[in-house]
Write a protein of this length. Structure first.
Length: 94
């Protein structure tokens, strides 16, 4: 296996891992098994979107970096709020 092919395969595996973490958090929230302000939900999103953000930087994918970078920042801010003992007010009815 050439170095380029191994590198591309490794990047694909990392993308899949990052996406699976974000999707696991989303599915857990949709199933009512994982609250959106729980540490588990936020950590899954921070790690998954952080990994995807780094890959987007490496691959120079601006749109994907915007999406995952904001996802990372919002999730990280949720963790900061949890650590401070504060949490955002729940969203009101639409």
């Amino acid at each position: 296996m050439t170095l380029v092919l191994a590198s591309a395969l490794g990047a694909q595996l990392l993308q899949i891992a990052g996406a699976m973490l974000v999707l696991l958090a989303f599915a857990g929230a949709q199933a009512g098994r994982l609250g959106q302000s729980t540490a588990s939900y936020l950590w899954l999103n921070v790690v998954g979107s952080g990994l995807l953000s780094v890959l987007a930087i490496i691959e120079r994918q601006g749109g994907f970096l915007l999406l995952e970078g904001v996802w990372f920042l919002v999730s990280a801010w949720g963790l900061v709020q949890r650590a401070r003992g504060t949490s955002p007010a729940p969203a009101g009815p639409a």
